[in-house]
Design a protein around this ligand. Structure first.
Ligand code: THU
Length: 140
């Protein structure tokens, strides 16, 4: 599959995942679709909590699902989000999610796709969104 088709598939899957968002407090729904280097896709949504801090972002839901299934190597993630699930703007990953990406992804090759719809999206490397990030290599 070429990279345009991969992007299209990830956008569709992220939008589907967003429908599962559990966001009764912020009413901000987020969906993520994470692709492994082998091309398998793991999806996630945000899961909020009445105590607020246990809330898990869509991106980390996708990563933790994948890692807990034995995956360790990732190519790209697509993120979509909006108030009441209506997509009007780009939703960028929070700092905690960028740090989790840093743990498992090569910052120079891992792609972060922020999408509003199939035609309106932009792509960044993790390095672009998380310059000078601290990761496993710093502990070598
Ligand atoms: N959220 C995500 O799931 N991912 C992001 O990249 C930004 C924020 C969630 C957390 C919370 O449930 C809601 O969006 C509002 O912050």
């Amino acid at each position: 599959m070429d990279s345009a088709l991969q992007t299209a598939a990830l956008i569709v899957q992220a939008m589907q995942a967003m429908k599962q968002a559990y966001a009764p407090y912020s009413h901000f729904s987020v969906g993520a679709a994470l692709m492994t280097t082998e091309g398998k896709i793991y999806c996630g949504c945000n899961i909020e909590n009445a105590a607020y801090t246990p809330t898990n972002c869509a991106e980390r839901t996708a990563f933790f699902k994948a890692v807990s299934e034995g995956e360790r190597s990732f190519r790209a993630i697509c993120i979509v989000g909006g108030k009441d699930g209506i997509l009007t703007d780009y939703t960028a990953p929070c700092g905690v999610c960028r740090q989790v990406m840093m743990e498992f992804c090569n910052p120079d090759t891992f792609r972060i796709i922020l999408a509003v719809d199939q035609k309106q999206y932009k792509t960044f490397t993790l390095r672009e969104l998380f310059p000078l990030g601290f990761g496993p290599d710093n502990l070598l």
